[in-house]
Design a protein around this ligand. Structure first.
Ligand code: PGA
Length: 235
């Protein structure tokens, strides 16, 4: 099974910068990974040759929702994935809203990439398990999934995003055991577990594991040579 690599370009790039980055991507051999590129909405056009994901979407398909982006329209435009519940959006989206968004994605044949993870304070208060359980069970509550419809769960400890190093492999594997149990107890038929948070060319070799189905990469994906180093390590 190829590792999944999600490139979350966040709001890093202007039009010209995105266009330049797309030339850099064109030089990379992505054949050893399952690549999903998530540009901001305005930059989709520069990455049309890749499998595309949105960085967010709304939970209604159409209507008077100023400033929102429709999952139905994303689907019509060929967008196959959507990141939901990223920690940089959780101040706007509650667990319940994320659940509505997951349902909207599934209704529109978009595969949700659900981000979960505890903050530093929650970790210090030993609340990691309860936070993850609440985030995952609420996000997937009442969602009708089948064997052939995967859901991607990206474990991203908030304090590791944009930091100097990722979580250790052992800590990721331990947390994945717990996440798997939650998903298995919920009878989620098809899921993949990804890690995100400061994955870089220099450290990805330390967090390679059969237990990790893929990686969600932020800052490193807007630098083509850094991304290429990551790709070369993931086999
Ligand atoms: P980072 O971001 O790779 O820059 O830490 C990851 C993320 O926010 O998803």
């Amino acid at each position: 099974m190829k590792k999944i690599l999600i490139c979350n370009q966040k709001m890093y790039l202007t039009k010209d910068e995105a266009m330049n980055l797309s030339y850099g991507y064109d030089e990379i051999d992505f054949s050893n990974v399952e690549l999903i590129v998530c540009p901001n909405y305005l930059n989709f056009e520069y990455f049309e040759d890749y499998k595309l994901g949105a960085q967010n979407c709304f939970y209604e398909d159409k209507g008077s929702y100023t400033g929102e982006v429709s999952p139905y329209d994303l689907h019509l435009r060929g967008i196959k994935y959507a990141i939901l519940g990223h920690s940089e959006r959780r101040m706007y989206d509650t667990n319940e809203i994320i659940n509505l968004k997951v349902k909207a994605c599934v209704r529109n044949s978009i595969i949700p990439i659900i981000c979960v993870g505890e903050s530093k304070i929650e970790k210090e208060l030993l609340k990691t398990s309860s936070v993850l359980k609440k985030q995952i069970t609420t996000a997937l509550s009442g969602v009708d999934l089948t064997d052939d419809y995967p859901v991607l769960i990206a474990y991203e400890p908030v304090y590791k995003i944009g930091s100097s190093s990722p979580l250790s492999k052992e800590e990721i594997e331990d947390t994945f055991k717990y996440i798997k149990k939650i998903l298995d107890d919920m009878k989620i038929p098809n899921y993949k577990l990804l890690y995100g948070g400061s994955v870089k060319g220099e450290n990805v070799k330390h967090i390679l594991s059969d237990e990790i189905d893929g990686y969600l990469v932020g800052a490193s994906c807007i630098n083509a040579s850094e991304l290429n180093t990551i790709i070369k390590c993931i086999k």
